[in-house]
Design a protein around this ligand. Structure first.
Ligand code: GLN
Length: 195
């Protein structure tokens, strides 16, 4: 059996603990990442939800932004909610810097105040039927580039997408009991290790 993959979870702030628990449940080894040099040697990375502006502040230190920028272009990465905002090429409402690795435009906090946090069950192209989606002040993906595959949508806007080694969900899969999205990410890592 191949050794358990080591999956970094960016632990600067936000919902990193729940991601680490889901990874452990699936047989992977989570590693909390707080410094740029800790990205070395991991098989994949999760950029969790939280507040993207706060992430950006933390990433200003010690050249973290530049190291992460190189990392996400080469190594499988799953971005959830604020993680999608950090990975996107274009960020609106308001515009802000990003890693620009995932060819999408995102609009922050796009679902309005009344329904900004909600739990839905939506169909996806993954086997196993509709998936529970926990949205918390979620961004909306308003444009996807030609290499982006849409795996699920909400009201006609993509909410789960893949672009090669990058996977992104505008909701919080780590807050649901359903582990299919983390499983998909681990499959994508196994696939890229074989390539
Ligand atoms: N509203 C946050 C932002 O704009 C994202 C929210 C989340 O990650 N749950 O960065």
């Amino acid at each position: 059996m191949p050794p358990a993959p080591i999956i970094g979870v960016l632990a600067l702030q936000g919902a990193y603990d729940a991601h680490a628990r889901t990874l452990t449940a699936l047989g992977a080894t989570p590693k909390l990442i707080r410094r740029p040099e800790q990205l070395a040697g991991i098989d994949g990375l999760i950029i969790p939800g939280g507040e993207s502006t706060t992430f950006l502040k933390h990433l200003e230190r010690d050249g973290f932004f530049d190291v992460l920028n190189t990392f996400v272009r080469q190594t499988p990465t799953l971005g959830t909610c604020a993680g999608v905002i950090l990975l996107a090429t274009d960020v609106l409402n308001p515009p802000q810097p990003s890693l620009a690795a995932l060819d999408v435009t995102v609009e922050r906090n796009a679902y309005g105040r009344q329904i900004d946090s909600t739990i839905l069950s939506e169909p996806t192209s993954l086997p196993g039927g509709p998936i529970e989606m926990v949205f918390i002040r979620a961004p909306r993906i308003t444009r996807t580039g030609p290499d982006v595959e849409i795996l699920a949508s909400r009201d006609g806007f993509p909410v789960l997408i893949r672009q090669g080694h990058l996977l992104a969900a505008t909701f919080h899969p780590e807050l649901s009991a359903d582990t299919r999205i983390h499983k998909l990410f681990l499959d994508l890592i196994a696939e890229s290790n074989r390539a």
